[in-house]
Design a binder for this molecule. Structure first.
Ligand SMILES: [Zn+2]
Length: 401
């Protein structure tokens, strides 16, 4: 494999600068990175030779010779993202811009065997490489995202409370034995935040919080352009922050966690139980009483269902309570809301913002922008970004300029 490591800080700075600002001329690059011009020229020539940067046209004339513009070559390498979710496994091959070139999905249950995961990964990796028609030598590796927290020991043993009933297992070792490329694990909400930083609404933002509001509620925190994982990788467990000590029992054993008020399951359960007492007209706004989902709830809001509307507004209120605490801790620039709850009807986002506005004490925090993620497969793309970021050492090592 011919993928020289990029340990030189100037290389990483220049790559990131061109990624964010390209097409850009050599002269603009040397002005922005504050590195002597000959050094910039040498690095750029090397990056062009490595196929990481490429020339793309000329800048408009400003009198003299028109400078050549450079851009990041999004197809210089490829990455594989693998999401092991609570109900499905998804695997995608992406380029360096997060464009999915091939995708595989399989249903998965939490009591399935490690063997089933291995079989899927082995088959799907071969299939995506073949389907995308890319040179396997250009693969940087495979990132894996799963519900957090995720503990890895000696690169061999994995433990996660939401995976294999929380028991230790040797999935990392088995994958390393089979694949001869780098493999990394992280929790889904952290990798999804990384996907926003590389490909989404986190581009150019130094401090932001990505909230994965889905079956559970987790968040990925970016501070000073760097993903903050905490000392033990346990940061961002927003769903299990306690909002009512007298509340209902949570799956974690505590009482009144945020997830007991807002999660996909709770929203769907609330709609179902309220519909039992509702009028026929109200029930008829849902296609099927047995198949209520986040998207059917959003559709019912559009049709005028007061139950769907009330339930989403309540979920937004509680999400806003949780986020008010996050804002008080981190004072971020923006909150990016993802997952199936984030992607539901806009009234949820409005209720979340209103709840934040009512609770946060800081003047700026009150008005914080809550925006909906535009990335569809955020955990898969984030898992791919995990390997990309590890190779380029841009956000994982604070080399941002
Ligand atoms: Zn809990």
């Amino acid at each position: 494999m011919n993928k020289p490591s990029l340990r030189n800080v100037h290389y990483n700075q220049i790559i990131n600068l061109v990624r964010d600002n390209g097409p850009i001329s050599r002269i603009e690059i040397s002005e922005k990175v504050k590195v002597p011009k000959p050094t910039v020229t040498r690095i750029i020539n090397k990056l062009i030779k490595m196929n990481i940067l490429k020339e793309n046209g000329l800048a408009p004339s400003s009198g003299g010779r028109r400078p050549v513009l450079l851009e990041f070559n999004k197809n210089c390498y490829y990455s594989i993202g693998f999401e092991i979710g609570r109900t499905s496994m998804k695997l995608a091959l992406t380029n360096m811009d997060g464009e999915i070139l091939a995708f595989k999905e399989s249903s998965y249950q939490l009591n399935d065997l490690i063997d089933d995961i291995l079989q899927f990964a082995k088959g799907a990796v071969n299939e995506v490489i073949e389907e995308a028609k890319v040179d396997a030598d250009l693969l940087l590796g495979m990132g894996i995202g799963l519900p957090g927290p995720v503990y890895i020991r000696d690169n061999k043993i994995l433990k996660s409370p939401n995976f294999m009933q929380g028991k230790e297992n040797d999935l990392p070792e088995l994958l390393h034995q089979h694949f001869n490329f780098p493999i990394q694990f992280d929790k889904d909400s952290s990798v999804a935040a990384l996907a926003e930083k590389w490909f989404g609404k986190g581009i150019g933002k130094s401090n932001f919080v990505y909230v994965m509001a889905d079956e559970g509620i987790g968040c990925g925190i970016f501070l000073k352009h760097e993903l903050y994982r905490g000392i033990h990788g346990e940061a961002g467990g927003l769903g299990h922050t306690i909002v009512d000590i007298f509340g209902k029992e949570c799956t974690c054993g505590n009482y009144g966690c945020l997830e007991t008020f807002v999660s996909q399951k709770i929203i769907i359960e609330n709609v179902k139980s309220r519909l039992k007492l509702a009028s026929t007209e109200e029930r008829e706004l849902f296609d099927s009483m047995d198949q209520i989902s986040m998207s059917s709830i959003s559709e019912a809001v559009e049709k005028g269902s007061s139950i769907a509307m009330q339930t989403l507004k309540e979920a937004g209120l509680y999400l806003g309570v949780g986020l008010s605490n996050v804002i008080s801790y981190y004072d971020p620039e923006v909150i990016i809301l993802g997952g199936a709850i984030g992607a539901s009807h806009p009234i949820l986002k409005e209720a979340t913002s209103e709840s934040i506005n009512q609770r946060v004490i800081g003047t700026y925090g009150k008005q914080i922008e809550v925006t909906i993620s535009e990335i569809k497969e955020s955990a898969v793309l984030g898992a791919a970004a995990l390997i990309i970021d590890d190779h380029f050492k841009i956000f994982s090592n604070s080399l941002y300029v």
